[in-house]
Write a protein that binds this ligand. Structure first.
Ligand SMILES: Cc1cc2nc3c(=O)[nH]c(=O)nc-3n(C[C@H](O)[C@H](O)[C@H](O)COP(=O)(O)OP(=O)(O)OC[C@H]3O[C@@H](n4cnc5c(N)ncnc54)[C@H](O)[C@@H]3O)c2cc1C
Length: 285
């Protein structure tokens, strides 16, 4: 590792003071994305400001307004929090696919949102669920909608000095149907493609309020309004699911890379939406 300065402040005020005074600095959370980047010399910040002592940022709160994930909550904290299995089952199902045991013990929600890998699960859940991202900077606090936050691969609306404080997921009503499906080459690898979705049902059993997101098929996680339109007002039966799958593949145009061709990813995303819808239908609400 190259030489850099390291600080571990105990307060948000001190962290912001360090972060805003040093243009060549970076915040450090779990280090599971940043440290490999430094090791490969893809970035070489001169200062790391470790957020580990900001213990207030570790909380996971279940409130009437939804689930609030502190930025420093780790994957293993979400996994072991039994309340979340009913408060936000889609989140829990998605996070089960993140990385491996050792990484899950250190990697954080805020680090993943700030890193904005297009194939990462947490940004996909934030986008699908219309999360709000609360940040603090030298200019004060602000809240950014997930749809405005992710601006491209590893690119976000965060300003250099801003620290993500929490991620707010809207309330999850009883009886909501949901599905999460992911395909990766090995368990714990980043998704080649994944689908996260949910819908509520009206008195006639038809879908309402459909939210459909895909991960790993564009430069950022995407919601698919055309697929949501297929579901809203429809009975989610075999014909609707087939239409949703076809509409998914028509709505995306993934690039090819060393892991998969664009055509493969396109077909795979359709299959992930199909399987996620079948999962939702088979649930006992
Ligand atoms: C082998 C391997 C496999 C992985 N597989 C997956 C996977 O399948 N799915 C997945 O989603 N992730 C995966 N990851 C990434 C892992 O989940 C990371 O933990 C996560 O992306 C980043 O979280 P972190 O806390 O480690 O952040 P760090 O690495 O510490 O930081 C990442 C970036 O976020 C910034 N940052 C961190 N916290 C904040 C904050 N509160 N405010 C502002 N900026 C902040 C940092 O400055 C840095 O730019 C994998 C990692 C490895 C090494």
């Amino acid at each position: 590792m190259y030489a850099f300065r390291y600080h571990r402040p105990s307060s948000m005020k001190d962290a912001l003071a360090l972060g805003s005074q040093n243009e060549e600095g970076k915040y450090l959370a779990g280090g599971q994305s940043l440290v490999p980047i430094l090791a490969f010399r893809l970035a070489a910040p001169k200062l790391l400001v470790d957020l580990r002592k900001l213990t207030d940022l570790r909380a996971i709160k279940i409130t009437p307004d939804g689930v609030v994930l502190g930025a420093m909550a780790r994957w293993c904290d979400i996994e072991s929090d039994a309340r979340l299995r009913t408060a936000h089952p889609l989140l829990v199902a998605a996070i089960a696919h993140v990385a491996h045991y050792q990484i899950r013990n250190r990697g954080t929600v805020g680090g993943s949102i700030a890193h904005a890998d297009p194939a990462a699960e947490m940004p996909g859940i934030a986008m699908t669920c219309e999360a709000e991202i609360a940040v603090m900077g030298k200019a004060g606090p602000r809240t950014i909608k997930a749809a405005d936050f992710f601006q491209g691969a590893l690119t976000t609306a965060l300003k250099g000095d801003e620290i993500i404080v929490e991620i707010r997921l809207p309330p999850w009503p009883d009886g909501r149907r949901w599905g999460f499906q992911e395909f990766a080459r090995r368990r714990g690898d980043f998704a080649l493609a994944a689908a996260a979705l949910f819908y509520d049902t009206d008195v006639a059993g038809k879908a309402t309020n459909a939210h459909v997101g895909v991960i790993g098929v564009a430069d950022r996680p995407r919601r698919l309004p055309s697929v949501e339109a297929v579901l809203n007002g429809a009975a989610v039966d075999a014909a609707t699911i087939a239409k949703a799958e076809a509409t998914t593949t028509a709505a995306i145009d993934p690039d090819s890379d060393i892991h998969a061709s664009g055509a493969y990813r396109k077909a795979l995303a359709g299959t992930m939406v199909e399987r996620a819808l079948k999962m939702a239908v088979e649930q006992t609400p």
